[in-house]
Ligand binder design. Structure first.
Ligand SMILES: Nc1nc2c(c(=O)[nH]1)N[C@H]1C(S)=C(S)[C@@H](COP(=O)(O)O)O[C@H]1N2
Ligand SMILES: [Mo]
Length: 251
């Protein structure tokens, strides 16, 4: 529990709290002022508030791994397609990479596993007030995007997921600074075992400089776009569209 308190103090102390989407943080009056300021800010203004976007999130050692890493949000997508994939070990599953790229791609799970990978032990911070340290292995997103020939017109990367929450499709998006951050990976492995269904099998995003809700599970499609308008609710993510969470959830 002390880690949670520390995290919350840190968020408040660092001035980056207006980027978080936590009701409990929002409750403090001095925080509400900052939050309403944040509401009128554009997405790029939100991003400017974080000084060094390139800095690495802290990494830990295997001794720090949480004995239990909670499963949160969706625990198993209900779509028929997804169920079919689980029944044959994702053998026919393909990741789609498309949108503003010269070379749209479909990638099998073995292809993703065979690709160059990065392993990182990081802390996941959920706005609901819990944290956990896990080890993630996956393909650097920047590598995939370079491979696909990302267009100079692309400004955001959108992650389309297999699940819905309250009947609404889960999706998330990040800008290109985060997309090419070295710790931004599409993880197929957690704690040295294939990603479980609860944690987002077969592939999830780890974007380590942001809060838990940006870490999209069950990623089916990666789409490069020049604008978030017109996609789902237009605010760039499930929580952003439906629960007024900030699009930029930097930590
Ligand atoms: N597709 C999808 N991704 C998701 C969610 C979800 O419900 N569906 N929940 C988010 C939230 S709020 C958190 S805290 C983390 C939880 O990841 P975990 O289940 O591996 O702990 O996933 C995030 N990504
Ligand atoms: Mo979360």
């Amino acid at each position: 529990m002390s880690a949670i308190v520390t995290r919350r103090n840190l968020l408040i102390g660092s001035g980056s709290l207006l980027l978080a989407g936590c009701d409990r943080i929002t409750a403090a009056p001095q925080v509400r002022n900052v939050l309403s300021l944040g509401e009128t800010a554009t997405r790029s203004a939100q991003r400017l508030l974080v000084a060094d976007r390139q800095a690495l999130a802290p990494e830990f050692t295997r001794a720090d791994l949480s004995p239990v890493f909670r499963v949160n949000g969706s625990t198993r997508p209900l779509a028929d397609d997804y169920t079919r994939h689980t029944l044959n070990g994702f053998a026919d599953w393909r990741l789609v990479v498309d949108g503003l790229v010269a070379q749209p791609m479909t990638l099998s799970l073995p292809a993703l596993r065979a690709a160059p990978s990065r392993t990182q032990i990081t802390r996941h911070d959920c706005v609901e007030g819990w944290s956990a340290i896990g080890e993630w292995t996956g393909v650097p997103l920047g590598l995939l995007l370079r491979h696909a020939g990302l267009s100079t017109r692309a400004r955001y990367i959108v992650f389309h997921c297999a699940d819905t929450l309250s009947g609404k499709p889960y999706y998330e998006s990040i800008d290109l600074v985060d997309a090419f951050h070295p710790q931004t990976i599409l993880a197929h492995t957690m704690n040295r075992t294939p990603l479980s269904i609860g944690h987002g099998a077969p592939l999830r995003l780890r974007v380590e400089r942001q809060l838990g809700y940006k870490q999209a599970k069950y990623v089916m499609r990666v789409q490069a776009v020049d604008s978030l308008n017109g996609l789902y609710g237009g605010k760039g993510g499930y929580w952003e569209d439906n629960h007024d969470y900030q699009w930029y959830a930097g930590i």
